[in-house]
Design a protein around this ligand. Structure first.
Ligand code: AMP
Length: 192
C-alpha cells in the first residue's frame, strides 16, 4: 500500500508544519506503507520524504522534467521518476497510490488535491482522500466547503468523500479503511 502525499514546496511559517510533515512521513513508513510524492528536496515535501526515508520506508518521487531545476530533486529517494508534464505527474502519482492525503501547502497542493477529489466525485476512482489539518491550516477551507454545500453547489455526499483530521495516527488508520461512497459513474466500464 502506498500513500500519495500532496503538500507545500515551501516550509510554511514556524516549525510546526515541517515537524508534522517529517513525523507523518515516519508514521507512514512505520506502518509499512510507501510514500508517493512530487519528488522535491525542499519545503514540506522534502520533510515528508526525509521522515519516511529515515524510518526505512519506500519513497517514490514523480517530478516533471521542466521542474527539475526549479524544484530541486531529492537525491536519495527509493525511486525518482522524471515525467514530461504536470498531467503525467498527477496520473502516475494516482496510479501508484492507494490513497491520498494533503498536508498544508499552496496553490499546487490545492490543485492536486482538488483534482483527485473531482476524480472521486466522478467515479473515476474510489481511493480514499484526506486532509491532514495541521495547525488548523484547513479550518478556513472547511468553512468554505460547508458554504458550498449550503449554497447548493456541492452535494453533501461529495463533501463527505474527503476525511479531515488533525490526529495523524487516527487519520492514517481511517485512510487505510475508509471507502468513499459510490457515485453514479459516467465513464464506460472499460474506461474506469
Ligand atoms: P505548492 O503547494 O504550490 O507549494 O506546490 C506543491 C507541489 O505541487 C509542487 O511540487 C508543484 O510543482 C506541484 N504542482 C503545482 N501545480 C501542479 C499541477 N498542475 N500538476 C501537478 N503538480 C503541480
Amino acid at each position: 500500500m502506498r500513500i500519495c502525499v500532496f503538500c507545500g514546496s515551501n516550509t510554511g511559517k514556524g516549525e510546526a508544519y515541517m515537524k508534522a510533515g517529517y513525523e507523518f512521513g515516519a508514521l507512514i513508513a512505520g506502518k509499512g506503507f510507501g510514500v508517493v510524492y512530487g519528488g522535491a528536496r525542499d519545503g514540506l515535501m522534502g520533510a515528508v520524504a526525509n521522515g519516511a526515508l529515515e524510518a526505512g520506508g519506500e519513497v517514490i518521487g514523480v517530478l516533471p522534467r521542466q521542474l527539475f531545476d526549479l524544484e530541486q530533486a531529492h537525491e536519495t529517494l527509493t525511486d525518482l521518476r522524471i515525467v514530461d508534464s504536470m498531467h503525467e505527474r498527477k496520473q502516475i502519482m494516482h496510479d501508484l497510490s492507494s490513497s491520498f492525503v494533503s498536508l498544508p501547502g499552496g496553490i499546487g497542493t490545492m490543485e492536486e488535491m482538488f483534482e483527485v477529489w473531482t476524480w472521486t466525485q466522478l467515479g473515476v476512482h474510489r481511493k480514499p482522500l484526506a486532509l491532514y489539518n495541521v495547525n488548523g491550516f484547513y479550518d478556513a477551507l472547511e468553512t468554505f466547503l460547508d458554504h458550498m454545500v449550503e449554497e447548493g453547489f456541492v452535494k453533501a455526499v461529495h463533501r463527505g468523500m474527503t476525511l479531515v483530521g488533525n490526529d495523524p495516527v487516527k487519520l492514517l488508520d481511517e485512510l487505510t479503511t475508509f471507502e468513499p461512497p459510490l457515485v453514479k459513474k459516467w465513464l464506460k466500464p472499460e474506461e474506469r
